[in-house]
Design a protein around this ligand. Structure first.
Ligand SMILES: C[S@@+](CC[C@H](N)C(=O)[O-])C[C@H]1O[C@@H](n2cnc3c(N)ncnc32)[C@H](O)[C@@H]1O
Length: 311
């Protein structure tokens, strides 16, 4: 399976298998990719669809929508019902997956046979040096998926109370040295605020014993994760969505969620188990194979959980 995108989709074969799309159907089907990203999963899901089917791609990031629109315009044949190799009907929307119920009404989208959420950030966002996702660059420390919403991470760091900041870094980054990092940020901002990703990374490196590299990962990773989760309200979006999305599924429709850390996975696991409309199909999460973990290190922490709408 070859992807024409920068972002290598994780657990791709597993997603296609568990999507249920390989089951024969004469009915028109609807697939929603709630986290379009680089369009990696989308590309392969679309391959499994017929011209009568619908594909809906959603992302909070306008740049992701623009990039994938351009990619699909360039690479996919137009939808012509008479043509044997035409693609399904495609609609790409800038929004949060949390708002799928109202998007379905506004855009007359039928109930979905498959909804995919692949959480976190994409390689395209990491590669964009202007937004601060990659701490090896001098990009502005923004960290928002949608720059029209909320406040940037650098604005948050300029005014947040020290204890609240330490709590964010501890809870969302599971960082043991959260207090030390919060104290250093507050001391620094008295003379110059933290403006770039590089400045924050250097400051964290000075606070964490052992400096820059901690095991296999850069010691700034947990702090960046925490701030990203905070400015995007990621866990609130996920919690709300998991409660709402079962209603957006057709009977027998499947919800697939790929998470990358324990905070997300815990929310998904409990919400799927407790929802009376869903039956969990994966008793244990599906993990990447050794070869995938080796070829795509970003996949190492991925966990896929799948549930089916039963009532
Ligand atoms: C890991 S990437 C998805 C990659 C994609 N599956 C692929 O194969 O290219 C996650 C994407 O989800 C988007 N995202 C994060 N939270 C979102 C939300 N609440 N609603 C919609 N998109 C979201 C991010 O902007 C990012 O582009």
């Amino acid at each position: 399976m070859v992807s024409p995108t920068v972002h290598i989709p994780v657990l791709l074969q597993e997603v296609i298998h568990w999507s249920g799309l390989e089951r024969a159907s004469n009915e028109s089907r609807t697939v929603v990719d709630g986290t379009l990203g680089g369009g990696g999963h989308a590309w392969h899901l679309i391959e499994a669809l017929h011209p009568r089917d619908f594909f809906i791609g959603i992302d909070r990031d306008a740049a992701a929508i623009d990039r994938v629109t351009e990619l699909f315009d360039r690479l996919l044949p137009p939808n012509q019902a008479a043509a044997s190799r035409s693609t399904c009907r495609i609609r790409l929307i800038q929004s949060s997956y949390r708002d799928l119920p109202s998007l379905m009404v506004d855009h007359s989208i039928p109930k979905a046979d498959c909804i995919l959420l692949d959480l976190g950030l994409s390689s395209d966002q990491l590669d964009d040096t202007s937004r601060g996702f990659s701490f090896r660059t001098g990009g502005t420390l923004d960290l928002r998926f949608c720059t029209e919403e909320g406040i940037s991470a650098s604005d948050l760091l300029a005014k947040i109370d020290e204890k609240e900041l330490a709590d964010i870094i501890y809870q969302f980054g599971e960082e043991r040295f959260s207090r030390r990092i919060a104290r250093a940020i507050v001391e620094r901002r008295r003379h110059s605020p933290v403006r770039t990703a590089e400045e924050l990374a250097e400051l964290v490196h000075r606070c964490v014993p052992g400096g820059k590299i901690h095991g296999r990962i850069d010691s700034a990773t947990r702090t960046f994760q925490a701030l990203r989760i905070a400015v995007n309200h990621e866990l609130e979006h996920l919690k709300t969505a998991i409660d709402r999305l079962p209603d957006c599924l057709a009977p027998g429709g499947r919800l697939l969620v790929i998470s990358f850390h324990s905070l997300e996975d815990r929310i998904v696991k409990h919400a799927m188990r407790e929802c009376a409309q869903l039956q969990v199909l994966t008793k244990k999460p599906i993990l990447p194979s050794d070869s995938e973990s080796y070829e795509n290190p970003r996949s190492r922490s991925a966990k896929l959980r799948v549930a089916e709408r039963v009532s």
